[in-house]
Design a protein around this ligand. Structure first.
Ligand code: SAM
Ligand code: SF4
Length: 450
């Protein structure tokens, strides 16, 4: 008799890298577990955690607490915590939550089948080993309704920015073999895939340490050569390592989208130095100028931290100046949050919470202005859009992204889901654009007129 497949529920916190890791967990456990969208039905409940700021860590602990009644109702349920908080806290998490069965770190994912088997016998266990070698996995299966994919090309980070916990919880940098990446992307395109986002903490240093070193730009070229790939994106790029070669790839590789996420973090050289970022504001802006020259249509997004230890009002104003000079299309901004083991957590001149809050509000007000300006410049233009789903605000509308990454909502037939089509931008809003669908017949007649 065939045993019924058990059910797996995964709750994911954090960045795209964690979303990709949750997919990896499901893939690794797939022979025995099938994903369920309902946590109440789960036989195995995994929480994939983020430790980048204290708030994200607190959310995990509060979710864990709220799962006590479920575990009481279903004592056979295996409850596991994985990812960055698991890596950081290890045994302490088992002590914090007596109903927790399993704690596995950022590389414990690869050992999940064995860990889950042992946990099902009643053993409570922790696996937070960080090993240098990361196994490559059997070919991923892509379902034919999937049109976007995230592909992890490297793990870990060697940079040790003084605010950041990543090198401690994800270990040292390690690149995947290029052929394994090319094969994965080729299989995705063959199954009907359109857009691929390559993931790594610092993709610019991809390839170091491989038996046959390959630069990140060479990897992009090999992927761009694959027939059928429509859109290629990547995150994240470290400004110090952004090469001239990569800058020139924009505008030259047809699939490579005209959008770069280039986290600057701060605008004052003094703060950048204390963050150990390895560039000055002028060097950052010089790279932005090169990017805009190589690819005038380029959209730029960034990450910014306010209230890093020692940040004065004058330093903060330099961040605002840099934002204006770079003209960011989008920014993700955070209050500095001291993290365990990091150097900045021990800096004596921590900024009071109230000052961080006030600076964050000013910074976000400026970014809203910059984003609205960048949206307004698109009004009247006809652009390609990849239709991703329904609009959040009005479900009768479709929603998609431009190659330059802005969200656009428009009315059109539902059959467009997962397809590339064209829209004329009609309105600019603070967080999205509104467009008018250009049906294919009118697109081709426009091209003939050209
Ligand atoms: N690897 C990327 C890079 O070099 O920029 C970013 C990785 S991190 C997951 C994403 C963002 O979180 C960072 O760019 C930074 O702005 C923010 N971040 C990291 N540590 C932080 C901290 N301790 N407090 C506040 N924000 C932080
Ligand atoms: Fe963290 Fe810096 Fe590495 Fe990015 S480059 S993951 S911010 S240490």
């Amino acid at each position: 008799m065939v045993e019924a497949q058990r059910k797996l529920y995964i709750r994911t916190f954090g960045c795209q890298m964690n979303v990709a890791d949750s997919e990896l967990m499901a893939q690794i456990l797939a022979p025995e577990y099938v994903l369920t969208p309902a946590s109440e039905d789960a036989d195995l409940y995994l929480i994939n955690t983020c430790a980048i700021r204290r708030k994200s860590e607190e959310k995990v602990k509060s979710l864990l607490g709220s799962l006590r009644p479920l575990k009481r109702r279903r004592p056979q349920l295996i409850l596991g915590v994985g990812g960055c908080v698991a890596q950081q806290e290890g045994e302490r998490l088992l002590a914090f939550a007596p109903h927790l069965n399993l704690v596995f770190g950022t590389q414990g994912i690869y050992r999940l089948p064995d860990l889950v088997r042992r946990a099902s016998t009643g053993e409570r266990l922790v696996d937070v080993a960080l090993k240098r070698e990361i196994p490559d996995l059997p070919q991923r299966h892509w379902s034919s309704d999937r049109f976007q994919a995230m592909v992890t090309i490297m793990r870990g980070c060697n940079n040790f920015c003084t605010f950041c916990v990543v090198p401690y919880v994800r270990g040292r940098e390690h690149s995947r073999e290029p052929q394994a990446i090319v094969n994965e992307v080729a299989a995705f395109i063959n199954a009907g895939g359109k857009e691929v986002t390559l993931l790594g903490q610092n993709v610019n240093s991809y390839g170091r340490g491989l038996s046959e070193p390959v630069t990140f730009t060479e990897l992009l070229q090999r992927l761009d050569d694959l027939p059928g790939l429509q859109r290629l994106r990547f995150a994240t790029s470290h400004p110090r390592d952004l090469s001239t070669e990569l800058i020139h790839a924009f505008g030259q590789l047809p699939a490579l989208c005209e959008h770069l996420h280039l986290p600057v973090q701060a605008g004052a050289d003094r703060i950048l130095k204390r963050m150990n970022r390895g560039y000055t504001a002028a060097e950052y802006l010089a790279k932005v100028a090169m990017l805009r020259q190589a690819c005038p249509d380029m959209a730029l997004s960034t990450d910014l931290i306010v209230g890093f230890p020692g940040e004065t009002e004058a330093d903060f104003n330099q961040t605002l100046d840099l934002m204006r000079a770079a003209g960011f299309d989008q920014a993700f901004s955070f209050k500095y949050s001291p993290r365990p083991q990091t150097r900045a957590a021990a800096f004596p001149d921590q900024v009071p919470e109230a000052a961080k809050t006030e600076r964050l509000m000013r910074l976000q007000a400026l970014q809203n202005e910059l984003t609205l300006n960048s949206h307004a410049r698109l009004v009247g233009q006809e652009r390609e859009v990849l239709v991703e789903g329904q609009s959040k605000r009005s479900p009768e509308e479709l929603s998609g992204r431009l190659r330059t990454n802005q969200v656009v909502n428009f009315s059109g037939p539902r059959e467009l889901l997962g397809c590339l089509t064209r829209v004329t931008i009609t309105e600019a809003h603070p967080h999205s654009l509104k467009g008018r669908w250009v049906p294919p017949a009118s697109t081709s007649s426009m091209q003939e007129e050209d």
